[in-house]
Design a protein around this ligand. Structure first.
Ligand code: VGL
Length: 215
């Protein structure tokens, strides 16, 4: 008999700052094309969750040039340089057109607000994963047993979020590959492998997830 499921869809950082719509931020190739698949996965869910980067001008990660990016940093909660992205009040901060507004989600996480914080996953504000954003607690409190994850970028915030959810031991974690785009092909391949070995179940698209849920 099919398992009785209560499903949350997690839209990780589906912001214009991670797409070619904002070429001066962190454009992920084809990042703006994920909306139809995110909407399909949302339609499979009982609760909708999203996260957004919300960075300020004083962020420790900030560099000006492309070639200065992806350099390791030694701060406790900022481990890498990036160009500025997803500042509240700018276009890069906005969710992709066609998605719900933040207030239409059931739970919403804004992350990286403080200058010294640049987390990747939506479950913790810090890299040591001690300061909860409340997401796991919210899902547990609402008896969610299945989460579907999609968004940007596959090899950073999506992978980290999926692994955090999986590590909680509370949910079946389903990755919707068609609702994600990644920064580097090698990074995506490595992260998909890591997610799978941590127990995340990887699906080609929401139609495949729907078939699996109906089993
Ligand atoms: C992300 C790099 C830097 C992401 C955020 O959302 O995947 N990647 N900041």
């Amino acid at each position: 008999m099919a398992k009785s499921r209560f499903i949350a869809s997690i839209n990780v950082d589906p912001q214009k700052g991670f797409t070619p719509l904002c070429p001066d931020e962190l454009p992920v190739k084809d990042g703006h094309l994920i909306v139809p698949e995110l909407l399909k996965q949302n339609a499979l869910a009982d609760l909708l969750v999203a996260s957004s980067d919300a960075h300020c001008d004083a962020a420790l990660f900030k560099v000006e040039k492309d070639e200065e990016q992806f350099q390791p940093l030694d701060y406790a909660n900022t481990d890498c340089t990036f160009k500025m992205h997803c500042q509240p009040g700018t276009k890069g901060f906005e969710l992709l057109d066609g998605l719900p507004n933040p207030t239409e989600y059931n739970f919403f996480v804004w992350k990286g607000v403080a200058p010294d914080l640049h987390p990747y996953g939506a479950c913790y504000h810090d890299l040591a994963e001690k300061l909860s954003t409340g997401l796991i607690e919210y899902l547990v409190f609402n008896d969610v047993n299945t989460v579907i994850v999609g968004g940007l970028a596959t090899d950073f915030c999506v992978a980290t979020t999926a692994k955090q959810l999986q590590r909680s031991g509370r949910f079946d974690v389903l990755l919707n590959v068609a609702a994600c785009r990644g920064i580097s092909p090698d990074g995506v391949a490595a992260q998909i492998e890591e997610m799978q070995s941590s127990g995340v179940q990887v699906f080609e698209n929401s139609a495949a997830i729907e078939r699996w849920l109906e089993q």
